[in-house]
Design a protein around this ligand. Structure first.
Ligand SMILES: NC(=O)c1ccc[n+]([C@@H]2O[C@H](COP(=O)([O-])OP(=O)(O)OC[C@H]3O[C@@H](n4cnc5c(N)ncnc54)[C@H](OP(=O)(O)O)[C@@H]3O)[C@@H](O)[C@H]2O)c1
Length: 363
């Protein structure tokens, strides 16, 4: 049980894959946690959070409250009296949606404005940690070979070129950085790569970990190049950023030490880490089909219907990031990707969320 004097931290998107790991990290460190989500009565979304609060390793306490990004004022109660806010809630979707402005950009930008307004209203918050992404940092208009760092901003993505998510997260982070100027709280921003690692519930297998699920199902997977990171390291990054005064005003690229790779390169990593399961990385497009689609996508009018410019570039561009600031200021050591993929797969199977095909054991 947390001491009554323990700092109170409100977490938005607390039921999500990242939010849940942040709640767990805070509870283990003895914080009073107010977990905000849209429906605190939905047992499928909160069962695992309640279990964390009952675990023997929990030194903190948990309160479940409601909050909706698109309802102005809806975080006022969640943030009342809070010492800190960790804002993770967003719609995470890099594939196409029917109305990107409404479905992706508005929850990120209007939602962040609503969160900031509630923080201003309650007046007790001293620290705000925001979950951004590497997609608010990387741009496809940089020279090849450029290593992105915290000084870079994504000024390439737009709704029209097919990256509403990168556009939305960049706009939301810029809004937050400028709104926070001169406020009585300090801001710290975490920019993670594609996040994998252990899941707490079935819904988490549909987050970015869907890549590992597809390996276990041996389904075709979206092929794109990216940098990956373990969700436990991402959660730790948020809480270290919250606790360390040296993190104030900074953004941190949080990616593992593994180089940028294609999603299908996760196949051999899963095979080595989980030799007991049959896994297979099947790209959604073979290289022949991909080059045909790439050529068609350059045609006027028809092109964007075949493949967006973002999709084409994301499959072809090697993008490198430096994680040295996160190591230096937040004291992070990143887990090897082999461990991340293995624990992701095992948590899905052992939790009963994915039925893996077991390899025949030798007679
Ligand atoms: N996963 C990645 O690879 C990755 C990489 C970099 C950055 N990020 C960032 O990490 C954060 C969390 O992502 P995640 O992977 O944990 O995704 P997730 O599992 O889909 O969680 C997203 C959370 O956002 C909440 N949310 C969505 N729409 C909302 C709304 N209108 N009002 C209130 N809450 C809403 C959902 O809450 P409900 O339970 O109420 O539906 C959900 O808990 C996001 O900010 C994302 O941009 C993720």
């Amino acid at each position: 049980m947390a001491s009554a004097k323990a700092p109170l931290v409100a977490v938005t998107g607390a039921s999500g894959f990242v939010g849940s790991h942040i709640v767990n990290e805070l509870l283990q460190r003895g914080y009073r946690v107010r977990a905000a989500l849209r429906d605190p009565n939905n047992e499928e979304k909160v069962g695992h959070l309640k279990a964390m609060a009952l675990a023997p390793t929990c030194r903190g306490s948990l309160e479940l409250v409601s909050g909706d990004l698109l309802a102005p004022g809806s975080y006022d109660a969640a943030f009342a009296g809070a010492d800190a806010v960790i804002h993770t809630a967003a719609v995470v979707e890099i594939m196409s949606v029917s109305d990107p402005q409404k479905e992706i950009v508005d929850p990120a930008v209007l939602g962040t404005q609503n969160v900031l307004n509630s923080i201003d209203k309650v007046g007790t918050v001293k620290t705000l940690v925001y979950t951004s992404t590497i997609l608010a940092v990387q741009s496809f208009n940089q020279d090849e070979g450029h290593t992105f760092n915290e000084a870079d901003w994504n000024d390439w993505s737009t709704i029209e070129n097919g990256d509403p998510y990168g556009f939305a997260k960049t706009q939301a982070e810029k809004l937050l950085q400028s709104h926070a100027q001169g406020k009585p709280y300090s801001v710290r921003v975490i920019n993670p790569g594609v996040i994998l690692g252990p899941v707490f519930c079935k819904a988490h297998t549909k987050a970015s970990t869907v890549l590992v699920r597809e390996l276990l199902f041996r389904n075709p997977m979206a092929n794109y190049l990216s940098s990956f990171v373990d969700v436990r390291d991402v959660a730790k990054a948020h809480v270290e950023a919250l606790e360390r005064p040296g993190a104030a005003g900074k953004r941190f690229l949080v990616v593992s030490d593994s180089p940028c790779m294609c999603t299908t390169d996760l196949g051999p990593i899963a095979e080595a880490g989980c030799p007991e399961y049959v896994t297979q990385a099947t790209p959604k497009y073979s290289s022949f089909v991909f080059s045909c689609l790439g050529a068609l996508s350059r045609l006027p009018l028809l092109g964007p219907l075949v493949m967006s410019e973002f999709q084409r570039r994301a499959c072809q561009t090697q993008v490198n990031f430096s994680n040295s600031l996160a190591k230096e200021v937040l004291g992070l050591q990143f887990r090897p990707l082999e461990e991340t993929v293995r624990d992701s797969a095992r948590s899905m199977v052992e939790g009963g969320y994915v039925k893996a095909k077991l390899k025949q054991s030798a007679p």
